[in-house]
Design a protein around this ligand. Sequence first.
Ligand SMILES: Cc1ncc(COP(=O)(O)O)c(C=O)c1O
Length: 461
Amino acid sequence: MAEDLINNKDIYFPSYLGTNDKLITLLNRASQTLCDWFSVADKNGPLPFDESFKCTMPAEDGNSADDLFSEIESLLNNSFNPVHPCSLAHLDPPPLIFSILGDLIAAGLNNNLLAYELSPSATLLEESLCKWFAKKLGFNDFSGGIAASGGTLSNLNALIAARNNSGLGTNPNSVLLVSEDAHSSFVKCIRVMGLDTANLVRIKTDKQGRMDINDLRKSLDKCSIENKKIFAIVATLGTTVRGAIDPIKEISEICKQRNIWLHIDGSIGGIFAITSIPIEGLNNINQANSITINPQKIIGITKTSSLLLVSNMSTLENTFNTGLPYISSKENIINRGEIGIQGSRPAEIIKLWLGLRFLGMNGIENILKSSIKRKDFFIKNISKNKFDIYSGPLHIVSFLPKKLKPKDSDVWTQTKVNELINNNFMLSRPKFKGKYFLRVVMGNYNTKESHIEELLRLLDA
Ligand SMILES: Cc1ncc(COP(=O)(O)O)c(C=O)c1O
């Protein structure tokens, strides 16, 4: 069968005549291979269980389907497996089933979000879904957004628009204010924007890991004395190490008074704001100019899936519209390649849309609530005598034995990570405030209380 498939040249591309039986056979086989890999996760743990994958490069002649499927299996076996219930290290939850299908459909469509003529339905879908999110967050009719491949790019889209909007496009004295616990993507953004670390002003955090408003005020005064021009302040809605939420209400008031763009990095926590789940500090977010949300990080939309939502779409149009001379335009429809950094890109919106439609609001809330419940269960049961615990209103917890010196934290966390992985528990080891910590991210829907109990037992040992 495989030889037939590969020797027959029409299998290079889907057939546009009659049936696609051969392609269907291959798709079925690919589904089976993938699902077999999911199903053996329990036995094999979240880390690769066979490291013999060889990165073989293309040969003179193409390989047979049998060869390729054996390489696909080898690639899977040498991969991180996010469906394992004890995969608790990162913001990489199991993939939602309808999102997997969405990726398949988007790949088959091979439409291009660069322009309406290359992706008519997906263009309208992205526009509508961004608007839907923007409205759910409390923005008005001028709002909308743009998808991008990840939170870093959504943040970058926002900051470029913010700088352009402030008229500081080429000003070397322009600065961005973020908290000291904000994500490292802002360092990257600053560099990409032709600035350097001196243009990134770090505001201290309080004991809960939130931006300290007094320090923000002091920094604003210092900036004005030093003639630095602020193009945006970033409030983080869910910090990477402990899930803290900056005081958005106070920051938004300061931004309004001083006419500064407020960007909210809601890569981790932003999605909570479309639900009625009570999360402390999750208010006034509609006062922002822009908000990143990154549904790949918690509800399992397959990577990558990130949106930048803006209160006023004209800010994106004014910033990124260069014209696309080789593309025809349609009246009243904006080519998506003209409102963000990326040019050609796939219809990633399909897997977000299908994932959300499959879940409905109840399903979204159920997944998000369950992550908070697991976090609460973990915090309730971890020994407070033994560990210092750093967490916030979201689903992330970092912790460390009390009074551990920075040097000892390195050895302790490394030893513990190894011990845990021998028992199939995958935790991460962030460096934070000069020490290493262990971090659990409770965004894995497959994790049950019994798994958390076992983890706590191992931590206590
Ligand atoms: C708070 C925050 N912002 C931004 C990012 C960057 O997102 P991405 O990795 O999707 O680019 C992360 C990644 O973990 C994050 O935690």
